[in-house]
Design a protein. Structure first.
Length: 718
């Protein structure tokens, strides 16, 4: 390898993956330094090893670790969902037709096991979605059982299934963080008789169980389920086997019994409690929160109260429970989920977005659509539109992407043609409602995804025209028709274009909706259809600007503005003052405009010119005072130039730091002090003679009187 590297002038990389795995993994600690020495003696060789972080000290050790540059591999973090889909694609497996995957599916080790099992069974469509965790676990366990049975030449997988059940019983309720390897082996040998050690090691090798070093240096290695959620699910399922009726389980929840004691000791976001909140409505058609005796003194005084359980475990359960586990009671509890008073975010909307594309789920996008249609425009803006504005964020190392961003990015990449017609309608419904936000970037991102949907599934356009043209939200209707316009530019099917033209309510949109952007999109649709001789176009309504229903534009004069200012003082204050919302946030963005009239051929005014024009229009006395100020300003600048010129004659320099030095002689300094004193006097005299209404403007103009930058937008003139 060294010779090959030298001949090709390249480095040959030797990669040893997962040194923490295998029965001889402990040997690496004694041999890695020797291997490293061999590599360093060959300049064209390079060594890369990988090891799980939990085993670094046990397998590698600090001495060896210090000899290697170390890089932490974050797995799928950064864009977990997209990475998982790419992984499935590489395996030749079709990804689910929904954007939201179980968190376990973003774990590379878990995903590899599932994909290998699917390939071995000639399955090419990934059917496990976020609402099928128990099905996913069952498939995963079955594939591992088969692998181990084949490897150990076992006639049946029953003994492996019993081993998993036996291990689970050791965990609940006091050993959930794991059990020592020796203890597990002892129990397996007692319960399973033959193959105990081989089965335990195989369960670890296959990845269902994991073995990690004890925090106590003298302690045995700790064994637990590799994936915490599976541990939760195994334990919850075991409880439901033990208490297999509502009455039995309700009794087990009493504080003096095993499950009740577990609840008292844990927080509502405990994984087993979350999974029980999923399985109980699926098995018993009731909610966990309704089975607990909240009036019992011990539950009254413990951390786990009813509201916390609703906000945490119940809310989580909605996104992963099966579609037949939603009831009227579920809806009642859903409406009781807390909404923080200090933020615009509402977790209930995120839940509905996560469920929105599940065709078989009664809480899909049709529920979100019904909820939003029932709200009046003001209430909907306060609840929904603001939630979108603050809840559209991407994924980073520490935070998963928001449901909104996940859905929109998925819609921008997925092959929409592979989705069913119902899925396309659900997706379009959510995207349309997401365009109602005032967050411009979020709305533009969503509109691009919506236009892509319409372009790839044009047969659905008439459905959305019929369903959403009358929504009382201008942003939504604007986005609907701009996306339709963008989509049809890729169409030449005259029959389809005719159907779209016939379904558009042209008259109502043109005559009753005073929105220039909607009219612009309608004009584009009309002109494109006309260029292809599409029938059913309303020729009599175009051009829109000549339509008799449109009122002529009125340009208000100063008197009109003053009258409006008196009638609507709050609005005027907001628009014309830097302390009002409009003036502060909107007008402040207009910072590169000049107040110079467009008819002025001399170009935009500078701050200096604006000051001179303003004070020239004042009384002769004020004008005279300002002329004296200009003369003193000129004298100050001449003194500065003389001092700088004098310095440069005696010093050669390539930088401008001398401008920040005090280069004036004593006489010049004394003269500057006199000028500054007089300038202050003159400015105060001007302020006394200017009307109070112009005081703020006067101060600004006096401060900027020597600036040759272009004057910023004059808000009072606006």
């Amino acid at each position: 390898m060294e010779l090959y590297g030298a001949q090709s002038s390249r480095r040959v990389v030797i990669i040893i993956d997962a040194v923490n795995e295998g029965e001889h993994s402990s040997d690496w600690k004694n041999n890695l330094l020797a291997l490293r020495q061999i590599i360093t003696e060959n300049p064209h060789l390079c060594l890369v090893i990988s090891c799980r972080s939990t085993y670094l000290n046990q397998i590698i050790g600090d001495t060896i670790k210090s000899k290697f540059p170390t890089v932490n591999h974050p797995g799928f973090s950064g864009n977990k969902s997209k990475a998982a889909r790419k992984y499935l694609e590489k395996f030749g497996i079709q990804a689910p037709d929904v954007p939201f995957l179980s968190e376990e599916l973003t774990n590379p080790l878990f995903l590899r096991t599932i994909c290998s099992a699917m390939k071995s069974q000639n399955q090419c469509v990934f059917s496990f979605k976020s609402d099928g965790l128990d099905k996913l676990l069952s498939f995963y366990q079955s594939s591992i059982e088969n692998n181990i049975a084949n490897k150990l030449n076992l006639r049946s997988t029953a003994i492996i299934r019993n081993a998993i059940k036996c291990f689970t019983t050791l965990l609940f309720p006091d050993q959930l963080f794991g059990i020592s390897y020796v203890k597990v082996l002892d129990v397996f040998q007692e319960k399973l008789f033959g193959h105990a050690e081989e089965i335990l090691n195989s369960l670890i090798t296959e990845g269902l169980l994991s073995e990690s070093p004890s925090l106590n240096k003298d302690g045995d290695n700790i064994v637990n389920f590799s994936f915490e959620r599976f541990s939760d699910l195994y334990n919850a399922q075991l409880l439901l086997v033990e208490y297999d009726t509502i009455s039995k389980f309700q009794k087990a929840l009493l504080p003096e019994n095993k499950v009740g004691q577990f609840l008292l000791k844990n927080s509502p976001d405990n994984g087993i409690i979350e999974v029980l909140s999923v399985l109980i409505p699926e098995r018993f058609n009731c909610e966990l929160v309704d089975l607990i005796d909240w009036n019992h003194p011990e539950f009254i005084s413990c951390y786990l109260d009813k509201q916390r359980l609703i906000d945490s475990a119940f809310a989580y359960s909605l996104t992963v429970r099966s579609s037949n586990a939603f009831s009227e009671r579920t809806n009642t509890l859903f409406n009781q989920i807390s909404t923080p008073s200090f933020t615009y975010q509402d977790d209930r909307f995120d839940i509905l977005i996560r469920l929105s594309l599940q065709v078989e789920n009664p809480w899909n996008a049709t529920k979100l659509d019904a909820v939003l249609r029932r709200l009046d425009s003001a209430t909907r803006d306060a609840l929904w539109s603001t939630h979108i504005a603050v809840s559209d964020y991407g994924e980073d190392a520490d935070l998963s992407a928001s449901p909104i961003r996940t859905l929109v990015e998925w819609a921008s990449e997925v092959d929409v043609c592979d989705l069913s017609g119902d899925s396309q309608k659900l997706l379009g419904t959510v995207l349309l409602w997401l365009t109602t936000t005032t967050n411009l970037k979020s709305r533009e991102r969503t509109e691009r995804a919506l236009a892509r949907l319409f372009a790839l599934a044009p047969a659905q356009i008439t459905y959305f025209i019929d369903s959403f043209s009358d929504i009382d939200d201008q942003y939504l209707v604007e986005s609907l028709y701009s996306s339709i316009y963008a989509a049809i530019l890729r169409q030449s099917n005259l029959l389809l274009l005719k159907q779209i033209a016939k379904s558009i309510p042209w008259a109502r949109l043109i005559e009753n909706v005073p929105d220039i952007l909607i009219r612009d999109s309608l004009t584009g649709i009309f002109e494109y259809g006309k260029s292809l001789s599409v029938p059913a176009l309303p020729e009599e309504m175009f051009p829109i600007h000549k339509h008799p229903s449109l009122k002529p534009l009125i340009f208000p004069n100063k008197q009109n503005i003053d009258e409006i200012r008196e009638q609507c003082s709050e609005i005027a204050r907001s628009a014309g003052s830097e302390f009002g919302d409009f003036g502060k946030y909107t007008m402040s963005m207009i910072n590169l405009w000049s107040s110079t009239s467009l008819q002025d051929a001399s170009g935009p005014q500078t701050e200096r010119e604006k000051s001179e024009i303003f004070f020239a229009k004042q009384s002769p006395e004020v004008t005279e005072l300002f002329d004296e100020i200009k003369a003193l300003d000129l004298r100050k600048s001449l003194i500065d130039e003389q001092a700088a010129s004098r310095y440069l004659e005696n010093n050669s320099t390539n930088d401008y730091s001398f401008y920040f030095k005090n280069l004036k002689n004593s006489n010049e300094k004394k003269e500057i002090e006199t000028i500054d004193f007089r300038l202050e006097q003159l400015q105060n005299e001007i302020r006394e003679k200017i009307s109070p209404a112009e005081s703020n403007r006067t101060d600004l103009l006096l401060q900027s009187r020597n600036s040759d930058s272009i004057s910023k937008f004059d808000k009072s003139a606006a």
